[in-house]
Design a binder for this molecule. Structure first.
Ligand SMILES: Cc1cc2nc3c(=O)[nH]c(=O)nc-3n(C[C@H](O)[C@H](O)[C@H](O)COP(=O)(O)OP(=O)(O)OC[C@H]3O[C@@H](n4cnc5c(N)ncnc54)[C@H](O)[C@@H]3O)c2cc1C
Length: 619
């Protein structure tokens, strides 16, 4: 242990993760906390980290209130519809009413936005999306964070939250290690804002072997946003609501601009509109939800998956019509330049020119996130002026641990925030965190040296394990006394894939499979005590895996609890194939007891605030 220096930092606001939400939080914390010490800690380098690392072609959440384009209420209805009713409308409304101001700042900061030269309005790709030249998106928001923070620590992975030993259920900071130097870092903080992104690679990806690691979602998003709070007993919500994406095959290139802007459409191998074919069957499962407009994302996936199972694949996107227009052809290609150049490379390698050949689509492996067309994450307090009592406990975006806040993918129940909404939510969380400190709620926090030392031993244990056990390697990487991070990861992915509704079973699971999945996950957890790391990079992999494994347990527990198929196309409970509004028109909330490791689950009412308020106004 002596070879790993321990470095201490005391601060007021600690932001974990410098992606979209983390940069938003760091920026806003400075606005409200002029004299406060604000630290942001990032696993990679904030200039190019998180899901927006490569850039984006569109900002997917912008109301356009100044032009009367959309109102926050409209966005709440949209997200509610897409998530089959299951959203926290207070959180969604709160984000939507502030998101335009965030986008206007991006514009001021120099993000190239596409505008109508005559009206000055942002060019829209769809009702909610505006178009940008977004390769530089992340460096631009990172600069705002860098100017705001007292210090940004890059290359430090946060592995655990510190808890206050003077007052129960209050956070005291976080610890982690520097992946370049091997130093151990202790951040004692009055408040912590977790903004560490969602979880990829917990389900086995389609690309294994030759393309291992190629997924739609960033492979470095390892579920820390969930594992950190779960480990200290914070409540989580909607963790069953994983997302499956319909994307261009193999490259996972985005399809949104193609559908919305280029007006492309899909068809089966016989050139038929297969979605119509599955209308009656889907109505049987979900009732009138299939008649909603726009069709919820999961239900469109459902038709795709069923058509493929029935032998109608491959499914193609018809691009050959739109691409005859030179302007649309340019837009189609440029769409990849700012965010997924790899898709163009894949097409080149497969001899596909979308002007002459309709490219194939696929459905992805499932991911867990809180900011896209999905809403897994932490159970947080909403804003004072909107939230019903069950959703409000003092500070906006505070988890059920005092002083612990969340934003972006971390926060559950509030889908369709995307990049701009995540940045906005970071701002909201930071404002509340500063108020929490100003209200003297963070006085007298005690974090003992023992707590810090215990974590230090735990963090570097995989290095020790490897050092001892490497002598017992029997061949290649096979050892009787440790497992490597990649072996553990593949085992995790296989459990999740085969038992919890991954691609192996066409997203199908049931109570018995989930029970078995939980048993296997418990044994994996036991074996992960023996994970070995040969260097600091593998140490990061070991901790990423542990965070993924804990996140997976929570996902599986939630999936077992919700005895219905609420989102066909995201996953199916074969033993409860129908949507069941009588019993399950509710949010699911879990808590893992940090002492026993046991999860308990409950149903919490879902309040449809927007239309209820309107009904009240009318009466
Ligand atoms: C493939 C894809 C395409 C998308 N396309 C669009 C789009 O076109 N338009 C749009 O508006 N939105 C889009 N989004 C959504 C948008 O990217 C997310 O909503 C947003 O990035 C979420 O912000 P976040 O801060 O929660 O997570 P991220 O931005 O992913 O940031 C999380 C950060 O935490 C860091 N981190 C993780 N673990 C740790 C740890 N243990 N310790 C320290 N740091 C850690 C990560 O390195 C990362 O920097 C897309 C998302 C994906 C995945």
């Amino acid at each position: 242990m002596a070879k790993h220096k321990t470095l201490f930092e005391d601060c007021d606001v600690l932001v974990v993760g410098g992606g979209m939400a983390g940069t938003g939080a760091t920026f806003e914390a400075r606005h409200w906390g002029r004299d406060m010490k604000i630290i942001c800690v990032e696993k990679a380098n904030i200039d190019r980290s998180g899901a927006v690392a490569q850039g984006l072609y569109a900002i997917n959440c912008y109301m356009g209130m100044q032009w009367g384009e959309n109102q926050p209420e409209d966005h709440v209805r949209y997200a509610r519809n897409d998530l089959m009713g299951m959203v926290r409308e207070d959180l969604g409304y709160d984000m939507a009413r502030h998101v335009d101001s965030t986008v206007h700042m991006f514009d001021e900061w120099g993000l190239p936005m596409m505008k109508n030269e005559k009206t000055g309005r942002y060019l829209r790709e769809g009702k909610w999306q505006i178009m940008i030249h977004g390769e530089s998106y992340k460096p631009i928001v990172a600069e705002a964070a860098k100017k705001s923070a007292d210090k940004i620590y890059n290359r430090i992975m946060i592995t655990h939250l510190l808890m206050d030993e003077a007052q129960e259920n209050r956070v005291g900071g976080a610890v982690g290690f520097n992946m370049r130097t091997g130093d151990y870092h202790v951040f004692r903080a009055k408040t912590v804002i977790v903004a560490a992104g969602g979880a990829s690679h917990i389900f086995k990806p389609r690309a294994v072997g030759e393309g291992m690691g190629r997924t739609w979602y960033a492979p470095w998003s390892n579920g820390s946003a969930y594992a950190l709070p779960i480990a200290v007993g914070a409540k989580m919500t909607q963790m069953e609501n994983r997302i499956v994406l319909c994307r261009f095959k193999d490259g996972y290139g985005p399809v949104g601009a193609y559908f919305l802007h280029l007006k492309t459409y899909t068809q089966n191998a016989n050139g038929e509109n297969y979605e119509k074919k599955w209308y009656d069957q889907t109505k049987e499962l979900v009732g009138e939800y299939i008649d909603h407009h726009p069709t919820p994302t999961c239900l469109r996936n459902h038709a795709f998956i069923q058509e493929t199972i029935a032998g109608g694949g491959p499914i193609h996107m018809v691009t050959t019509e739109a691409f005859q227009d030179p302007h649309l052809e340019t837009v189609g290609w440029e769409n990849f330049l700012g965010m997924t150049v790899g898709q163009a490379v894949v097409w080149a390698s497969q001899n596909i020119d979308p002007k002459y050949t309709n490219p194939e689509l696929t459905t992805s492996e499932p991911y867990v996130m809180g900011s896209h067309a999905t809403c897994s994450g932490a159970w947080v307090s909403g804003p004072e002026d909107l939230s019903p009592p069950e959703y409000f406990w003092g500070y906006n975006r505070m988890l059920t641990i005092d002083g612990l806040f969340g934003a972006g993918d971390t926060v559950g129940g509030s889908a369709h925030k995307f990049s701009s909404g995540s940045f906005t939510e970071g701002r909201l969380a930071a404002k509340a965190a500063v108020k929490y400190i100003e209200d003297q709620k963070a006085e007298g926090i005690k974090v003992t040296d023992k707590q810090c030392e215990d974590f230090k031993v735990a963090i570097f244990k995989p290095l020790e394990t490897y050092q001892v056990a490497q002598n017992e390697i029997t061949g290649g990487t096979v050892s009787p006394s440790y497992i490597s991070p990649i072996q553990g990861l593949q085992r995790l992915q296989r459990i999740m894939d085969e038992y919890v509704g991954g691609i192996a079973t066409n997203y199908m699971t049931n109570g018995n499979m989930l029970k078995r999945g939980l048993e296997l996950l418990a044994w994996l957890e036991e074996d992960l005590e023996k994970v070995g790391a040969e260097d600091l990079h593998q140490l990061m992999r070991a901790w990423e895996l542990k965070h993924r494994a804990l996140t997976s347990q929570c996902v599986t527990e939630h999936t077992m609890f919700r005895e219905e198929t609420r989102w066909p196309g995201y996953y199916y409970r074969g033993d409860h194939m129908k949507l069941d509004d009588d019993n399950w028109h509710c949010l699911t909330v879990s808590r893992r007891d940090p002492k026993t490791g046991k999860f308990s689950l409950e149903k919490v009412p879902v309040y449809h605030i927007v239309d209820e308020n309107e009904k009240k106004k009318a009466s």
